[in-house]
Design a protein around this ligand. Sequence first.
Ligand SMILES: *[C@@H]1O[C@H](CO)[C@@H](O)[C@H](O)[C@H]1NC(C)=O
Ligand SMILES: *[C@@H]1O[C@H](CO)[C@@H](O)[C@H](O)[C@H]1NC(C)=O
Ligand SMILES: *[C@@H]1O[C@H](CO)[C@@H](O)[C@H](O)[C@H]1NC(C)=O
Ligand SMILES: *[C@@H]1O[C@H](CO)[C@@H](O)[C@H](O)[C@H]1NC(C)=O
Ligand SMILES: *[C@@H]1O[C@H](CO)[C@@H](O)[C@H](O)[C@H]1NC(C)=O
Ligand SMILES: *[C@@H]1O[C@H](CO)[C@@H](O)[C@H](O)[C@H]1NC(C)=O
Ligand SMILES: *[C@@H]1O[C@H](CO)[C@@H](O)[C@H](O)[C@H]1NC(C)=O
Ligand SMILES: *[C@@H]1O[C@H](CO)[C@@H](O)[C@H](O)[C@H]1NC(C)=O
Ligand SMILES: *[C@@H]1O[C@H](CO)[C@@H](O)[C@H](O)[C@H]1NC(C)=O
Ligand SMILES: *[C@@H]1O[C@H](CO)[C@@H](O)[C@H](O)[C@H]1NC(C)=O
Length: 792
Amino acid sequence: MRFPQKLLFVIGLSTFVEGQTGKYSAARHLWYNTPGDGFSQGLALGNGRIGALVLGSATEKIILNENSVWSGLFEDRINDASLEAVPRIRDLLMNGNLTEAGQLVLANMAANPTTSRMFGVTNDLVLDFGHSDADWQNYERWLDTLDGNAGVTYDYNGVTYNREITAKFPEGVLAVRLNASEAGSLNVTVSLSRSKGIIWQGASLENNTVTMDIGGSEAGSIAFSSAVRVIADGDITSNGTSLVVTGATTVDLFYDAESEFQWDSVDLYKSSVTSKLEAAASDGYETLRTEAISDHSSLVGRVVLDIGSSGDVGLLPTNERIEKFKEEPDNDVEFVTLTYNFGRHLLVSSSRDTGGVGLGVPANLQGIWNDNYTPPWGGKYTVNINTEMNYWLAESTNLVETLRPLWDLMERSHQRGKDVAKRMYGCPGYMSHHNLDLWGDSAPHDNGTEYTMWPMANLWLLSHMMEHYRFTGDRSFLEKSWSLFYDAATFYNCYLFKFEGYTSSGPSISPENNFVVPDDMAVARKNESIDISPTLDNSLLYEFFTNVLEIASVLQISTTGDEVLSNVQSLRDQLRPAQIGQFGQIQEWRIDYEEASPEQRHISHLWDLFPNSRFTPLINQTLADAARVSLQRRLDHGGAGTGWSRTWTAACFARLLDGNQFFNHTQILLQNHPLQNMFHSIDGSPTFQIDSNFGIVAAVTESLLQSHAGVVHLLPALPDKIPSGSFKGLVARGGFEVSASWSDGQLVSANIESRLGNALKVRVADGVEFKINGTVGDGVETAAGDIFTITV
Ligand SMILES: *[C@@H]1O[C@H](CO)[C@@H](O)[C@H](O)[C@H]1NC(C)=O
Ligand SMILES: *[C@@H]1O[C@H](CO)[C@@H](O)[C@H](O)[C@H]1NC(C)=O
Ligand SMILES: *[C@@H]1O[C@H](CO)[C@@H](O)[C@H](O)[C@H]1NC(C)=O
Ligand SMILES: *[C@@H]1O[C@H](CO)[C@@H](O)[C@H](O)[C@H]1NC(C)=O
Ligand SMILES: *[C@@H]1O[C@H](CO)[C@@H](O)[C@H](O)[C@H]1NC(C)=O
Ligand SMILES: *[C@@H]1O[C@H](CO)[C@@H](O)[C@H](O)[C@H]1NC(C)=O
Ligand SMILES: *[C@@H]1O[C@H](CO)[C@@H](O)[C@H](O)[C@H]1NC(C)=O
Ligand SMILES: *[C@@H]1O[C@H](CO)[C@@H](O)[C@H](O)[C@H]1NC(C)=O
Ligand SMILES: *[C@@H]1O[C@H](CO)[C@@H](O)[C@H](O)[C@H]1NC(C)=O
Ligand SMILES: *[C@@H]1O[C@H](CO)[C@@H](O)[C@H](O)[C@H]1NC(C)=O
């Protein structure tokens, strides 16, 4: 049935009015009145292991990813020529022959093959209803960031059709309910689709299941099995590869995929698919949905953010809000809140403690959403900023349950990285370079002087383990993690060398940046990257050695008798301190080189501003001032060119206690990077990279609550554009759960719950006077469970 023009308008309006009455909320739902056309319009959900991207098209296509479906098994790529070359390379560096050193690095240290394994698409679930989008009315599709589910609804020939998709943790299936408002009017053909490596495919009426097994050299993938189980109140027939349902009212589908990464044999991963689908079918869709929503919302719902209402603008379809935000960012402050909630939804959907022991797979460059056999940058773990950014939000926004996969990958790198340490550097212990893959492959990656040779990635990752302890006080976690810290200390104790009196690293880089070789070095005026002791290395090493000493003290491990531990303090104290260069900036390298790319997207030399803390105002104002100069120099030259770089910049301004600059970069990010489905493009192109979706959550959090300087700092960087609001459930180091509200840019009140019974120190905004439970002061002793009210 076709409606005249005027009626169509009324239908549009009625959708809008429904929105206003609470069907969709501006800070919680993504919704659209057109179907998704391609990857960047699909709605993302997941159970921590299986990711689904729901297009909502007439013939539904759900792009599916099991997070361990990568391009191949572990491959030993270590270049054994490295061992002999490293001393020669160091001599060249020390003698100022940087160009020759860089060439020797590529020729002798680049791994073979140069790249590790990559992430790949699993398959698509295709549902053909025999409907055409030319003939449907009242179409809507939505994603609920709190409940973690998505749906589609439309009218067709007078019947209302619904699809709802739910991802179930921990059982690990994806569940779909299809229904029709008129009994018997639902027809659907259910298929699995993939173009490579199908070794067996079939639709059986014995188990009402469509099964697809993948393997062999053509698969472009490790072997796996996947299946979808169909439960219908109509007739089911098979055409051999698909199941055809006719005359149904309600159809439930359960999907699972299991790979040889988690399971030791074909039999085991296949039987795991069968048993998971059997369990899901016996629980039934409704039970599974209730439990899935309860699980997802219990995590996402721990934090509630309110930074203002957008009024009617917030009720528009999400694609229209995205377009409007580009022109009028101040008119939709709730789009920032939706971005925040969406980021936390994505982390809960892509990173949970699933699979067997030690087999967690963290969110990669694409999270777990990818429709490609060769995704951008291989959909890997780029560990010179991107993977770490994915997890910045985990502690501060109360989502520690998402961290286990990261620890598991670090453990795999711990094991693989021992071989790398020994064969490339002749050292005991473990280390890793700037990319990891599923298997924890820690050998160098790619083959270029600007990125390949960075031997510090394990230290950045280890800082996350220390932060976990700072937030949770979990001593048993430290005990379990100690072997990583110890083995890393063992490596650096062997690897580091003395140069100009300093504990030095090299060959290394300030990730992905380059400089102009000065006139007294070779080859003068050439751009180079590989050098000795870039500032990032010194920052990471200083923090790492400090943490090793702290952990040893917490765990009562004696450092004196131990060959490695007894050296840690002097290694640390002989690192070159941060230098302030010719512009008043934090110097990025050991020499104040001329920058070849002053607009560089990486701000590695500001690691100690964010995520670490030694360049922050409450810790050292001199260094904070210099860090601001560095940040501004990048921006003055057109920096912050990628989503993650813009996000890092926003977080840095929050750490500089500059709320307006923080919010300016947050708005610029959201004017330029959201795709239609709110995934962020890396650079304004359709290329998706998830890091800034996650990172911006951490940056927004930093503007409201900081705790890196030994004090719970409320509203440290509140922007003028967010004069009033509230948050609930954020977490501060020391184990404090914090809620607060503010108005006219001033704190109204805050509640701080002490989880661990640590002493509490508080700071409000720029140091205004406040009361703790009615008494003026700056801190109190606490017992676990105490709650304190802060008022000004
Ligand atoms: C890496 O690049 C260097 C210089 O271009 C080349 O000599 C070397 O063979 C490359 N390594 C690999 C494994 O391709
Ligand atoms: C169909 O499923 C939706 C959820 O997707 C539900 O709200 C609705 O009540 C169901 N309709 C019928 C007729 O069962
Ligand atoms: C469902 O399919 C059957 C068999 O092809 C057909 O007779 C029937 O009209 C279809 N129902 C609808 C609502 O399209
Ligand atoms: C079964 O149906 C699907 C979906 O319509 C189709 O793609 C496939 O080719 C059919 N298979 C056979 C063996 O006819
Ligand atoms: C369903 O049954 C068919 C036929 O017996 C079998 O080949 C297939 O592996 C089964 N699928 C699952 C997931 O159990
Ligand atoms: C740099 O090292 C290469 C290889 O050892 C050598 O050929 C070249 O002359 C050196 N350049 C300078 C300026 O020392
Ligand atoms: C150094 O790099 C910059 C920035 O990429 C470039 O503009 C310049 O031409 C390069 N200089 C040389 C000598 O290659
Ligand atoms: C801050 O850092 C500067 C430069 O490293 C140093 O000289 C100064 O002592 C530090 N100040 C404090 C308070 O630590
Ligand atoms: C961010 O700041 C720049 C420089 O002051 C300004 O041109 C731009 O309009 C600001 N952007 C927003 C979204 O406020
Ligand atoms: C602080 O005051 C709140 C009421 O505002 C009260 O619930 C709480 O128990 C007090 N905390 C302590 C530790 O006395």
